[in-house]
Design a protein. Structure first.
Length: 168
């Protein structure tokens, strides 16, 4: 039996339900049952206990401890899945970098935001633009002159704000 580790943002409510939903969708897509890591039936090191100790209101070094344990689970999983909004959470971004750097099998969750085409910068005309993901949202920024949108809730919202501006 193959296993899956679902990367969830710290402090997510109903973590087990969210992870189970993503794992079920992945299982159906692959046509095989995937066991969720950590094993949520274990009382000593299971899913609930793993997230119970997550640093919802804790110190920075606790966050690093949580990330190290998540990386440990990723090392033993056959597949790694991310919530559709993983780009909005610093912890998920870090785990995504690790998964990509080491060639782990990443499964894209349904509803993942797609890349959107951005209009050139209204100030300098540059097409060198980037969507910057921050812990509390994201924004579009010109890499040439550094002008940017305000912080938005989603990548789509930031892109729409950038593209639908009034032309002066």
């Amino acid at each position: 039996m193959k296993s899956i580790f679902v990367v969830l943002p710290l402090g997510i409510e109903n973590a087990l339900e969210v992870a189970s939903s993503i794992a079920l969708a992945a299982s159906m897509k692959l046509g095989e049952y995937l066991q969720i890591l950590p094993d949520f039936s274990s009382s000593t090191c299971g899913f609930g206990r793993f997230f119970e100790k997550s640093p919802f209101e804790s110190k920075a070094n606790d966050n690093v401890d949580f990330l190290s344990r998540a990386i440990s689970y990723m090392a033993y999983a056959d597949y790694i899945a991310f919530t559709p909004d993983w780009r909005m959470h610093k912890d998920c971004q870090i785990l995504r970098v690790v998964a990509e750097a080491y060639g782990l099998n990443i499964l894209e969750a349904e509803g993942e935001e797609q890349d959107v085409e951005l209009k050139p910068c209204p100030f300098c005309g540059s097409e060198e633009l980037s969507v910057v993901h921050a812990p509390n949202g994201c924004l579009v920024r010109c890499r040439q002159c550094a002008v940017s949108t305000t912080l938005c809730s989603t990548e789509q919202e930031a892109s729409d704000l950038w593209n639908n501006r009034k032309e002066g």
